[in-house]
Ligand binder design. Structure first.
Ligand code: AMP
Ligand code: GLY
Length: 430
């Protein structure tokens, strides 16, 4: 089978590496890819947003299966276009992907399906939104309805801040069309976890869990980013909790989408708040997480391509993913200044030294080879340094050993990825 992976980040590098190992894969393409992905796949210079050229390339190269990484390609209907030319793909069609691209749609669906989440109201009228905010007790959560690269959410600690967030989205349009509607919801407290389930349109099967660190700085402080690190599995989710989440959250969602005539095929990624009264849904994503995928896939024993292809063909019945025991941890190395202004083009050295450490993989999130053939930074999040170990303590130690082996003065990273999980293990060992 000829396979195409769509995307260019660390997530897609991890997917490409796993798919390249499969005996089912004869030829692997990635569009547009990056310098690391180019070591395992043939990169095609087509951006994820350019769905028409993507489909043309699929036809021209006689690609038999497509795996879609980024949400934008899903929201633009790449899966629908592929279906129209009869090519199976992993990733939902546009209407099912609304579970991520429209928070209002997602909340209404949860309401009907009885999925536990924060109570909410949707607004397209700014005056009505302001009036509602004034009746609430902080903290108040204000969300732009559409895709906003993780930046559309404000946790307002005062009424004034919540009003400012409403204005920013609806009047100043800082998220463009994504803020035409806002969702205002109750604040939930607890620890967050990412829960992944494979779906074939009819049914869902548990895949894996992880936790990510969204904040820029150590101690989970500072502005939110696309993610500064992750680890897997999530220690809070044992088998009993996993079954409960499937039963109370994932299965009713998949059933409701099917009943609405929007069957979901792909990865259903639930962002959960583990509250005192049980797991509650924060949001859904319609894809693999980044950087969670980089942390999860090194532990996967099953053939990833076979799993994803089974989903696309509606044959998930009886399929189970098998995982190594132990833990995995990923540290993002970003360009200094991320998530605001950062420079591209600085040279990264020491990759071989880092990768020579046993159980370490350095995924590329945004890299480019310059004319001299040197590896350079080509975005905000640049590398994702991952290590596996018998437990999270060992995985963390090895990951930072690899980070320290990388010579990149312009890089920035957190020093404490996995701190909560590590503290628990160390505490248990006394
Ligand atoms: P989202 O893009 O919806 O995942 O929100 C981004 C982040 O905002 C989440 O990972 C949470 O940390 C936080 N968040 C979103 N909604 C809530 C809520 N209702 N209560 C508390 N925190 C929230
Ligand atoms: N890890 C957050 C995301 O992929 O959206």
């Amino acid at each position: 089978m000829k396979v195409l992976v769509v995307g260019k980040g660390g997530r897609e590098h991890a997917i490409c590496k796993a798919v390249a190992k499969s005996p089912l894969c004869d030829k692997l393409y990635c569009a547009p890819g990056n310098a690391g992905i180019a070591e395992v796949a043939e990169c095609l210079p087509i951006i994820a947003e350019d769905t028409h050229r993507m489909v043309a390339a699929v036809k021209e190269k006689e690609i038999g299966f497509v795996i879609i990484g980024p949400e934008i390609a899903l929201a633009l209907g790449l899966a629908d276009e592929l279906e129209s030319i009869g090519v199976p793909c992993f990733g939902p069609k546009k209407l099912a992907a609304e579970i991520e691209s429209s928070k209002g749609f997602m909340k209404d669906l949860c309401d009907r399906a009885g999925v536990p989440t924060a109570s909410y109201k949707r607004f397209t009228d700014v005056e009505a939104a302001r009036k509602y905010v004034e009746e609430q007790r902080p903290p108040i959560v204000v969300k732009a309805n559409g895709l906003a690269e993780g930046k559309g959410v404000t946790i307002a600690l005062t009424i004034e801040d919540a009003l400012a967030a409403v204005d920013a989205a609806m009047v100043d349009k800082v998220f463009g069309e994504s803020g035409t509607e806002v969702v205002i919801e109750d604040f939930m407290s607890g620890e967050e976890a990412s829960f992944f389930a494979l779906c074939d349109g009819e049914r869902a099967r548990f895949f894996c869990t992880a936790q990510d660190h969204k904040a820029l700085n150590d101690g989970d402080k500072g502005p939110n980013t696309g993610g500064m690190g992750a680890y897997s599995p999530a220690p809070m989710i044992d088998e009993a909790m996993r079954k409960r989440i499937m039963k109370e959250i994932i299965d009713p969602t998949v059933e409701e989408l099917k009943n609405m005539g929007r069957p979901f095929t792909g990865m259903l990624y639930a962002g959960l708040m583990m509250t005192k009264t049980g797991p509650r849904l924060i949001e859904y994503n319609a894809r693999f997480g980044d950087p969670e995928t980089e942390a999860m896939l090194p532990l996967l024993k099953s053939d990833l391509l076979e799993l994803l292809y089974s989903c696309a063909c509606g044959r998930l019945l009886g399929v189970e993913s098998q995982w190594e025991a132990g833990a995995s941890l990923s540290v993002i190395m970003a360009a200094e200044g991320y998530p605001s202004n950062y420079l591209k083009g600085s040279v990264i050295r020491g990759m071989d030294r880092a990768q020579a450490i046993p159980d370490v993989t350095v995924y590329h999130s945004a890299t480019l080879r310059n004319q001299a053939g040197e590896l350079t930074a080509n975005g905000g999040r640049v590398l994702c340094v991952t290590a596996t170990g018998s437990d999270i303590v060992e995985a963390q130690r090895k990951a930072y050993e690899a980070v320290d082996a990388i010579d990149w003065p312009e890089g920035y990273y957190r020093r404490d990825i996995g701190w909560k999980a590590v503290a628990k293990v160390k505490g248990a060992k006394g």
